[in-house]
Ligand binder design. Structure first.
Ligand code: IMP
Ligand code: MG
Length: 205
């Protein structure tokens, strides 16, 4: 009989459940969108993407780092064959204000000419980042270029973004979790939440 090695999980159907962890939760003021709501919406988006791109050469382009968790679930909700590529960007200037000047830290591995490119974003806020990226990619002559974003903050929009699917519209509050960060933390939360004000402004308690 095989010995169980420490640190290796055994598969047990009864124990199968979504990964939910509780550390860091004390910083969260409230949950805006639960893990279950996110998964349900992603299944809808996956079905719509299946319909839209059946028979087409689909390439998902995930914008690092915020959309990593979203794309990991979204691609498994898409049943048609597709490929995945990553792009890393960083905004110039003050971190809290998006200027629209975006620096490419990691470009795509493959050309997108003639392919159906679908940009996967975590959140559209002012719209500057996405406006820059869509201009950049359009110049590479894809067969089509569209956007799917998990979250949208429409009240904050400064530039128009076309052709996009949205998971959820959120109010004008800073949100974290499910890939989205505050100072690089909280990406691992399984839900979308709002932080307690004292986390932003230490000492204001
Ligand atoms: P935009 O250029 O203003 O649309 O900024 C979009 C980027 O800002 C997103 O891809 C996020 O990385 C970041 N961002 C905007 N709002 C939030 C938020 O509420 N929480 C976490 N990150 C955000
Ligand atoms: Mg982002």
């Amino acid at each position: 009989m095989a010995e169980r090695s420490p640190g290796v999980a055994t598969v047990n159907e009864e124990n199968a459940r979504p990964i939910v962890q509780s550390s860091l939760c004390q910083d969260v003021e409230r949950v805006l969108i639960s893990a279950e709501e996110i998964q349900d919406r992603i299944l809808d988006l996956g079905r719509q993407i299946d319909e839209r791109y059946t028979g087409k050469d689909l390439l998902l382009i995930a914008v690092l780092k915020g959309s990593v968790v979203f794309v990991a679930d979204l691609m498994r909700a898409i049943s048609i064959p597709h490929e995945l590529d990553f792009l890393a960007t960083s905004s110039y200037g003050a971190s809290s204000v998006s200027t629209g000047v975006v620096r490419i830290l990691k470009d795509l591995n493959e050309p997108i000419e003639g392919r159906h490119a679908l940009l996967v974003e975590d959140i559209i806020d002012s719209g500057h980042t996405l406006a820059y990226l869509t201009r950049l990619f359009r110049a590479r002559n894809p067969a089509s270029l569209e956007v799917v974003t998990l979250l949208d903050k429409p009240t904050r929009r400064e530039v128009d973004i076309e052709l996009f699917w949205t998971g959820f519209s959120v109010p004008n509050e800073f949100v974290i979790g499910y890939g989205l960060d505050f100072n690089q933390k909280y990406r691992n939360l399984p839900y979308i939440g709002v932080l307690k004000p004292e986390v932003y402004e230490p000492g204001s308690e």
